[in-house]
Design a protein around this ligand. Sequence first.
Ligand code: FAD
Length: 507
Amino acid sequence: MTIDRSSIPPRPVRRVVIAGGGTAGWMAAAAISKVLGQRLDITLIESDEIGTVGVGEATIPTLLNFHSLLEINEQEFMAATQATFKLGISFENWRAVGADYIHSFGMTGVDHWTAGFQHFWHKGRERELAGAYGDYCLELKAAQLNRFAHLPKNGMNYAYHLDASRYARFLRKFAEGYGVRRVEAKIDAVRRDPASGDITALQLDSVSSIEADLFIDCTGFRALLIGQAMGQPYQDWSHWLFADSAIAVQTAATRPAVPYTRSIAHGAGWQWQIPLQERVGNGIVFASTYVDDAAAEATLMANIGGAVLTTPRVIRFKPGQRARTWAGNCVALGLASGFLEPIESTSIHLIQRGIVRLMQMFPTDGIFQTDIDEYNRQTAAEIEHIRDFIILHYHVTERRDTPFWRACASLDLPPSLRQRIDLFADSGRVFRAPNELFAENSWIQVMLGQGIHPRQHHPSADLMGDEELRAFLDNIRGGVERTVAQLPGHQDYVERYCGAPAPPASR
Ligand code: FAD
C-alpha cells in the first residue's frame, strides 16, 4: 500500500523505535544516539530467543569513516571484537582453476590526468617492461607478504575482519551510553494507522506495546515491518546472481592471521575464510539448484583447517533489494532491506550508508514524501552499482567446467554492466560516477583479474619512450617494495596494537 503523504499533516519525530539488535540495529542505535540522542527517545527491541544471523565479519575501508563519526577508539574496538586488519580480498580459482588475484583497497601506480595508470602499465606489458599489475600497489604487495602497519598520512588503506556478535555487543554498550533503551522481547504484531498507513506501535509478547513516530526495521531476513507489515515488494535478482544459500562454521586459528579475506571459487559457488585474532570465520556460498546442502557442506569442511568450533549452519537468502527501503514512517536497514552475497563484503557498508543518509534527511519536523523519494532513489542507485560489480566476478571468467559456471558465463547482463565491461575491453577506460562505492582501481583489478585484456591503451602512454616508461614503472615498483620491506608482520602488529584481552580465568 503506497499512500500520498501530501494529505497527511507532518508530525515531528521525537520517539524512534529500532526493531532488531543485530549489526544493523546496533549500528543505527549507536549513530542516531550519538548525534541526536539528546533530542530523541530511542528504544531498541531485540529477541534473545530469535538471535542474530551471526555472520558478517569482513568489512571495507568505509567502516573507518563510520567509526570516526562515532569517535570510536580503534584499539579498544579491535580488542573488543577480536579484529584483524584487512587489505583486500584474494580471489582464488575465479578466472580459472589455479589462477589467483587480489582485489586490494589501495591505489595502483600513478595516474596521468588524461589516462589512468592501467594504460601505462598496459603499454609496459606490451613492451615487456612491466611486472604484474599488483606490483605497483602497496596494499596488495603488503597483503601478499602478510605485512601491515599504520603509515603516516593515511598511507595504508585498510578495513577490518571482526567478530560480528562481539561487534553488536560493543555497539550496544556504546549506544546505551548515549541513552538508548533496550527492550528484550519478541515483536508479535505491527499496528498501523488505517488512514495514513503509518506504523503506530509494535505489540510485544510481554503484553505491552511500544509506540513511536519513526520505526527502523532491522529485523533481518524476516523484514517484519517493511515487508510483512508495510508490504513493500522485493526485487528478486536471482536471474543474475544464482547463489541462494550459505553454510557458516567457525574454526580455531592454526596459523598467523593473514591481512586479507580469502574467497575461493568452487564448482557451484565459493568459500570465504576470514581470519580473526583467535579463530577463523568460514563459509560457503552456493546455488542450491546446482549443489545440495550435503555436498556444499562436504566441500566446505574439506577446505578448512583447525578445530571446528561451531556446528555448520545453513542460511537461505534471496539476492535482491526491497523496491522502497523507506515507506511511510518505516526505514529498513540491513538484511530487512535486501541482501547481496558477501563476495565484496558490502552489507555492513550498505547499513552504514543507510544510516548516514537517514541522518542527512532526518525527519525531525515531520516526514515528507520528497525526502522518502530521494532516500529511495539514492539507495537504489547505490545497490545497483554494487550488484553489477558482484555479477562481474561470476560472468567474466574462463571457467566452463561445471553447469553453474557455464550458466554464469551465458547470463544476460544488466545494460549498465554490459556497457562498463565493453568500454574497458575496447579502450581500457573506466569512469566512476558520483556516489559509486567502487572506484576505478577496484573495477580495473577485478576486470584484469577475471581475464579482460583491453584491446588498446591511451595515446598518452605512447608519449613515453621505452627508457622513460621503464624508469617510470620501476620507480613506482621500487617505492612499493622498499615500503613493504619495512613493515612488520601482520600478526605481530595486531598482537602489539590491539591483542584481545585473555578471557577471565575460570574459578
Ligand atoms: P540480524 O543479524 O539477523 O538481526 C536481526 C535482529 O532482529 C535480531 O536481533 C533478532 O533478534 C531481531 N528480530 C527478528 N525478529 C524479531 C521479532 N519478532 N521480535 C524481536 N526481535 C526480532 N556483511 C558484511 O559486511 N561482510 C560480510 O563478510 C558478510 N558476510 C555474510 C555472510 C552471510 C552468509 C550472510 C547471510 C550475510 C553476510 N553479511 C556480511 C551480511 C551481514 O551479516 C548483515 O548485513 C549484518 O549482520 C546485519 O544483519 P541484520 O542486523 O540486518 O540482521
